[in-house]
Design a binder for this molecule. Sequence first.
Ligand SMILES: Cc1ncc(COP(=O)(O)O)c(C=O)c1O
Length: 364
Amino acid sequence: MIPFFDYRPEIAPIAGEIDAAIARVLASGRLILGPEVEAFEHEFAAWVGAPDAVGVASGTDAISLALRALGIGAGEEVLTVANAGAPPVAAIRASGAIPRFVDVDPESLLLDPALLERALGPRTRCVLPVHLYGRAAPMEPILAFAARHGLAVVEDCAQAHGARPQGHHAGTRGAIGCFSFYPTKNLGALGDGGACVTGDPALAARLRRLRMYGFDGDRVAHVEGVNSRLDELQAAVLRVKLRRLDHHLSRRHALASAYRRALEGSSIRCPEPPEPAEHAWHLFVVRPLDRARAIAALDRHSIGHAIHYEHGAHRMEAYSFLGYRAGDLPQTESACASVLSLPLYPGLDDRAVTAVAAALREAE
Ligand SMILES: Cc1ncc(COP(=O)(O)O)c(C=O)c1O
């Protein structure tokens, strides 16, 4: 049995440090917005290479609060992709804004910047590229397009801790980068969590207000805020895990290379290996000729798998009011019909990669 994801082998060697971090919080008398969150914000910002980080309750909240901090809201449009499932779309809607979808590049499955111009409308305010599967979206043309039209750029880095194209960590080129610490992510908490990174002190201050009812250190709402806080326990655990993150990322790279080697010469389409720094290998997503057959073979061998994502957000029931029809985003729809995610996490061993590849070859 090879599970699709298992945090236990990653946690086992650091269980003592995690226990000590939890004990430290319990003894501190402070459970919400205290020294652990503050220290984690500094340490995470430094690791990413951003001037500031603001801890929030989830990656979804990080995006919706980022949009709100930029003054983007009701009736205004945000350009994004539909192949990252519901979360970025739910986040855009939580801010009151409206998602407008841009199709993806057929190879990288990331936002295709050549299609931005035709998605632009009079109410467009922002571009939200998603660094999907851990691979950095092409920021140069996205930033150039945004600058030409006076739009903000907010980066969805929920899957991209560790992607550093041309030396810039994902999330540090746009106005705000939004991270998730959902347990499966490259840096996962023992529950929910998220953070915004930014180089603009005014935006950081607005985000700190928004995450706490619009307060300013007092108990008066100066702007309409929400309750979206990273808690002390999660921050303390994340501090321990952050110290191992580079090591875990190199294991992800090694596993991705091992998958590519093991599937070489097969009909299974593997992701192109970009420059190593461009990819943080959150997911290893293949495109078999016959996905149902590949899934049946993995099931026969008790190998976990997942689909990220089976349905484009543009065709989900909740978003039917946006008016998209089948065929509107052909590359997105073709990706949704063919992608298959294989197990990939730091605790996975090399024998598992061999077993997964053998099962997939059986289904060719
Ligand atoms: C691409 C993407 N964006 C946003 C999110 C939202 O993160 P969270 O689950 O922490 O709210 C996720 C995670 O589910 C994601 O994968």
